[in-house]
Ligand binder design. Structure first.
Ligand code: GCB
Length: 611
């Protein structure tokens, strides 16, 4: 057993990239939060819509102070009959948490701005000496959190978890008054930036939990298959503070039970395990892991597998794998809302399975934890991405720090998910020197945080008179070269791909991270009619024919996209009406004609691989 070294290097990387502000959420959040002693604060929360941020700024636009009776984090109940209160929370105005606000009331459909959420709760600590954390799965985008009139802190980033320790003196047994200011205004120097092709769903979009842990607790841990091995697992465990504890680690099914002595805050381990069954898409074997420290027990379900690039192939457990992928937004189209539950994850990933996909690209931001956990259990490989999308401010150091912090949070939460094989640092970023510096920095950061997975980014390909040239300099840094290709939709006709040639300047695996065409479900016409299902079907037929002619380094694709999804950029009054209709499934879960073209191709590829 080696002591703490690995984790230290990870930690120093983490510290370097922590945003410096006393009020920011404590980092990194507690890992595997669902296995802790938790109390859900999900449910109905009262709200106030505050487009002018009156609850936050006074009439001179100065930030309101703690005791200010007009601040919306303070009680809304008049002290006496002559007291003037110009804000108030009421059951007349309530929103479901988790949930975006846009889908919950027509008045919120296009709303971007501030909404204050409030809920009261009682809480008796289970253990009088325990610590209590307030945990948010995600809030889009900027949040300020107040408990009983005191600010706990703030957080930026719409797709990352965060938590705050609740000071013992702030929590009451009865009638705690929790207020969250949520602002989803898009801003140039945030991530994502002003311009995206998805709906900017606002709100407390993921679970809210109170998490109780002992004074000394397991903050985080990592466990995985050791590199170049098929029967050795390695990892580390980190407590919240240095301690001379003995921890126990158990995988009962493998008859592995180890007592691990700690004399600092973290410890590394590695154990040989005969008869280890590897996790794969055909056999997503998960083992129950139990970690115990004093009175604290954490369980998890973990799989062990290897993924690597060899030459221009991707190997899963040493064997070449073809990625039969599909892109997915975190959205339930039937209800035009963000996905946020295990049932939602099952719905989306089962649709991917119907297509016979073995891989999903979770676009364009980290999805909720249910998605990656369900992917683990269904045996679906995952590409997970941060929302460095299109034209963020690549010259800004602050923006780079924000991107790194989102990258770190994504990796921290999901590092123990066997399904995740690719971390992506962004999508379709424009080729220019400062962008390449910025993005290569992210690639290096991702590698430092996790050297057991592949790193990529979706690049653009340019079409020079029918030759698809892949020469983005970012390709030097990534493990596989991934490109978004829409030949025949953005420019030309689907049949143009017939003569397409590929000129790939990298001897690396080539993955087509997007390709697709729109069709309004049920619109029938001849195949030359844009927006018809027949046009989309034709597009897919030509694409599939091209896939069959691709160079030898072609390792798979993830067409755009599983479901139609909402996007305010899509304003054709007949065929779009605020929807990007490139789904293989429509708004109601019906399959379009193109679905069957892809499914047939994936069935063939699967057979080919089994041979
Ligand atoms: C892309 C983007 C994706 C868009 C898609 C489209 O290249 O990566 O976010 O939604 O094209 O439909 O144009």
């Amino acid at each position: 057993m080696i002591k703490g070294k690995f984790y230290r290097s990870l930690l120093s990387a983490t510290l370097l990239i922590s945003p410096a502000s006393e009020m920011l959420a404590q980092e990194p959040p507690i890992n595997n939060v669902y296995a802790r002693d938790i109390t859900s604060l999900n449910g109905k929360w009262q709200y106030i819509v505050d487009p002018y941020e009156t609850g936050f700024y006074d009439y001179r636009w100065a930030e309101r102070r703690e005791g200010d009776g007009e601040a919306y984090w303070n009680t809304d109940i008049p002290k006496n009959k002559s007291d003037r209160k110009e804000h108030g929370y009421s059951d007349k105005y309530s929103l479901n948490v988790p949930g975006d606000w846009n889908s919950q009331d027509p008045k919120f459909l296009y709303y971007e701005g501030t909404v204050w959420y409030k809920r009261s709760f009682d809480y008796s600590k289970k253990n009088p000496t325990g610590k209590v954390f307030l945990y948010f799965g995600a809030v889009n985008y900027e949040s300020h959190i107040y408990l009983n009139g005191k600010k706990l802190g703030s957080h930026k980033g719409g797709f990352s978890p965060f938590n705050f320790e609740v000071p013992a003196t702030s929590l009451k047994e009865k009638d705690n008054y929790l207020v969250v200011k949520v602002d989803n205004k898009r801003k140039r120097d945030e991530i994502p930036t002003l311009n995206t092709d998805w709906w900017n769903y606002g709100g407390i979009t993921r679970d809210v939990l109170l998490v109780e842990v002992p004074q000394t607790f397991i903050r985080d841990y990592s466990i995985r298959l050791k590199k170049n091995s098929t029967n050795e697992v390695e990892g580390w465990i980190r407590l919240n503070k240095a301690s001379e504890k003995t921890l126990s680690l158990e995988i009962a099914e493998l008859k592995l039970k180890k007592e691990i002595k700690l004399n600092s805050d973290s410890v590394s381990f590695s154990y040989k395990i005969p008869k280890l069954q590897l996790w794969s898409t055909g056999n997503p074997k998960l083992y129950s892991l139990k970690l115990q420290s004093g009175a604290e027990t954490i369980t998890d379900k973990v799989g062990f597998r290897s993924v690597e690039v060899q030459g221009n192939k991707i190997l899963l457990n040493g064997k070449p794998v073809f990625l039969r992928g599909i892109c997915i937004h975190e959205e339930i189209p039937e209800e035009g809302r963000r996905a946020n539950s295990k049932a939602d994850a099952l719905q989306l990933l089962r649709q991917a399975k119907e297509l016979n996909a073995n891989m999903v690209r979770l676009a364009h931001y980290p999805h909720n934890e249910y998605m990656t956990r369900v992917a683990d259990s269904l045996g679906i490989l995952v590409w997970s991405e941060i929302p460095v999308y299109w034209t963020i401010d690549f010259a800004s150091k602050e923006v780079l720090e924000k991107a790194k912090s989102q990258l770190r949070d994504m990796i921290a939460r999901d590092k123990n998910r066997a399904s995740i094989v690719i971390w992506s640092v962004g999508n379709e970023t424009p080729v220019k020197p400062e962008r390449t510096t910025f993005m290569s920095n992210l690639v290096a950061t991702a590698r430092k945080l996790d050297n057991s997975r592949l790193i990529s980014a979706a690049l653009e390909v340019h079409n020079d008179k029918g030759t698809m040239i892949v020469d983005d300099p970012l390709g030097q840094y990534t493990d596989l070269v991934s490109v978004n290709e829409y030949l025949g939709w953005y420019g030309g006709f689907p049949s143009d791909v017939k003569n397409a040639k590929w000129d790939i300047r990298y001897n690396k695996p080539l993955f087509i991270s997007e390709t697709g065409a729109e069709a309004l479900s049920g619109f029938k016409a001849d195949s030359l009619t844009r927006w018809s299902e027949e046009f989309q079907e034709w597009y897919y037929k030509e694409q599939v024919a091209m896939m069959k002619r691709m160079p030898a380094n072609f390792v798979g694709l993830s067409p755009w996209i599983l479901n139609d999804f909402r996007s305010p950029r899509r304003n054709n009054p007949v065929y779009q009406e605020g929807w990007n209709n490139k789904g293989l499934f429509d708004h109601k879960g019906n399959k379009k004609k193109a679905f069957y073209v892809m499914k047939t191709y994936y069935d063939e590829k699967e057979k080919e691989q089994k041979k």
